[in-house]
Ligand binder design. Structure first.
Ligand SMILES: N[C@@H](CCC(=O)N[C@@H](CS)C(=O)NCC(=O)O)C(=O)O
Length: 197
């Protein structure tokens, strides 16, 4: 598969998941402003939504939306999400929380036109959202249960933004989880390959 990505963007979660799942992949960097890939192709022709991640399969099919791409990686590899039972829906629940409740609230920190008030409001919401993640991590070692899942891959990216972009002080269990995930070889490889190590 080909992963269309931008360094440090939410596509980093798919990159980590592909490595954790031991799947073969090629990376294609996208200039999100110019909507061009690193090899000069029109990114809008590949993904009309104009954002990353996008995952192109070997037959040319393009899948978009992080929750769908992460779920595809999990299902194809048989890792990072239980195949059935409540555990599967716990992983989807946690990944939807990262996408809809964490990721969304970073928007003002990526938008140079956002006001200080918007940033302060978003920071207050993120503080509450991460406090709930701290509760989850008090019940089990990973975000959605006993083992690493796609939710943790995505959570890692948002924790990285929280520390590096927002200057948020992560609650203790979240901070410890961030440090532990950062030590995983797959995470270190993905960071290296995106020029972030
Ligand atoms: N709904 C999308 C949102 C993806 C998204 O926000 N991508 C950001 C990077 S983290 C992006 O490419 N922004 C550039 C743009 O929208 O032009 C998903 O869940 O995959």
């Amino acid at each position: 598969v080909k992963l269309y990505y931008s360094p440090a963007a939410c596509s980093l979660s798919d990159h980590i998941a592909l490595i954790e799942a031991d799947m073969a992949y090629d990376l294609v960097k996208v200039d999100l402003r110019a909507k061009k890939t690193e090899d000069g192709a029109d990114f809008l022709a590949i993904n009309p939504k104009g954002y990353v991640p996008a995952l192109e399969q070997d037959d040319g099919t393009v899948l978009t939306e992080n929750l769908a791409i992460l779920s595809w990686i999990a299902d194809k590899s048989g890792t990072l999400m239980p195949v059935d039972g409540l555990g599967r829906y716990r992983v989807i629940e946690a990944t939807a929380y990262v996408s809809g409740e964490l990721h969304k609230n970073f928007k003002p920190f990526f938008n140079p036109a956002a006001s200080e008030i918007e940033r302060d409001e978003a920071k207050a919401v993120l503080t509450k959202r991460f406090a709930l993640v701290d509760d989850m991590l008090g019940r089990h070692p990973f975000m959605a249960g006993e083992t690493m899942s796609i939710a943790d891959c995505y959570l890692f990216v948002t924790m990285r933004w929280a520390v590096g972009k927002v200057g948020l002080e992560l609650p203790p269990r979240v901070a410890a989880h961030f440090a532990r995930l950062g030590e995983r070889p797959a995470v270190q490889q993905a960071l290296r390959e995106e020029g972030l190590a």
